[in-house]
Ligand binder design. Structure first.
Ligand code: NI
Length: 264
């Protein structure tokens, strides 16, 4: 039987659960009580003419750190680059090809599994990462077996996209209706305004957005969605909405994490 996986319990300051601020003996001691870890992943890509390029990893990291603070589960450094090929028509976007992101996530999981981490809870801030992350999980399960890692039979990875959590989705619909759109959404922009108040100065009223539709090449994307938005009105965003949506996301993902760590 594997050792029990349980939640270490809340901590006062999220610095206490940041992997990058821990020493290796602390990680070793942590692994004796908990085999779970949170890995935030995002993207560095355009978010319309008024939204921050880092929106997707800024939001994923904030959700991850607060889930970690509430539960005591360690949080790995945020991965700021994602699969954003379709946004390359806009300056500032930095994308990983699907195969690069797949290899990266695979390698991070295998690194953690080598030390005995059995449950990798990936907090995601970008829709474009979903398919690739799931492919990376499948590949990592196979590699863990091939490498003879002790945790191989118990290794589990879960992708949790904060913006797709049902309570977040319904709150965003209540607040913004159809104006939520599909990219550079007022809900994600609200989180960034709450986390970085200086971003409020970039907010301004924009014209009608292009309607949401298919995603093809970045050249086609730029033609279909000339200012980068897909059906969204990010001017509706506010720091207060951001605080509310962040706590809604954290409530929902904390529950997800608890189930994930206790499931067999
Ligand atoms: Ni985004």
């Amino acid at each position: 039987m594997g050792e029990r996986i349980r939640l270490p319990g809340p901590v006062k300051d999220s610095d206490l659960i940041r992997l990058e601020l821990s020493t290796w003996p602390e990680v070793k001691a942590y692994l004796e009580c908990c085999k779970g870890i949170i890995l935030p992943i995002g993207s560095t890509e355009q978010h319309g003419p008024t939204g921050a390029i880092g929106t997707d990893f800024i939001t994923a990291e904030a959700v991850a750190l607060e889930v970690g603070r509430r539960t005591g589960v360690f949080v790995a450094p945020a991965q700021p680059y994602g699969m954003a090929e379709h946004h390359l028509g806009f300056p500032g976007t930095m994308s990983l090809k699907p195969e690069t992101l797949m290899a990266l996530i695979h390698d991070l999981i295998i690194s953690l599994a080598t030390h005995g981490f059995e449950r990798i809870f990936v907090v995601n801030g970008h829709g474009g990462n979903v398919a690739t992350s799931k492919a990376a999980f499948a590949q990592a399960y196979g590699s863990a077996v091939d490498r003879g890692l002790l945790v191989a039979p118990r290794l589990r990875c879960k992708l949790s996209s904060w913006f797709m959590a049902a309570p977040v989705f319904s709150k965003a619909r209540d607040l913004y209706g159809e104006k939520e759109g599909q990219h550079a959404t007022p809900s994600e922009i609200s989180l960034t305004l709450h986390l970085h108040p200086s971003l409020v100065d970039k907010q301004r009223k924009l014209g009608e957005p292009a309607p949401a539709g298919p995603i093809n090449s970045y050249k086609d994307f730029r033609i279909r969605y000339p200012d980068g938005r897909m059906g969204s009105d990010p001017f509706l965003a506010s720091p207060a909405h951001g605080a509310l949506l962040l706590s809604t996301a954290v409530d929902s993902l904390t529950e997800d994490l608890e189930q994930f760590l206790s499931a067999t």
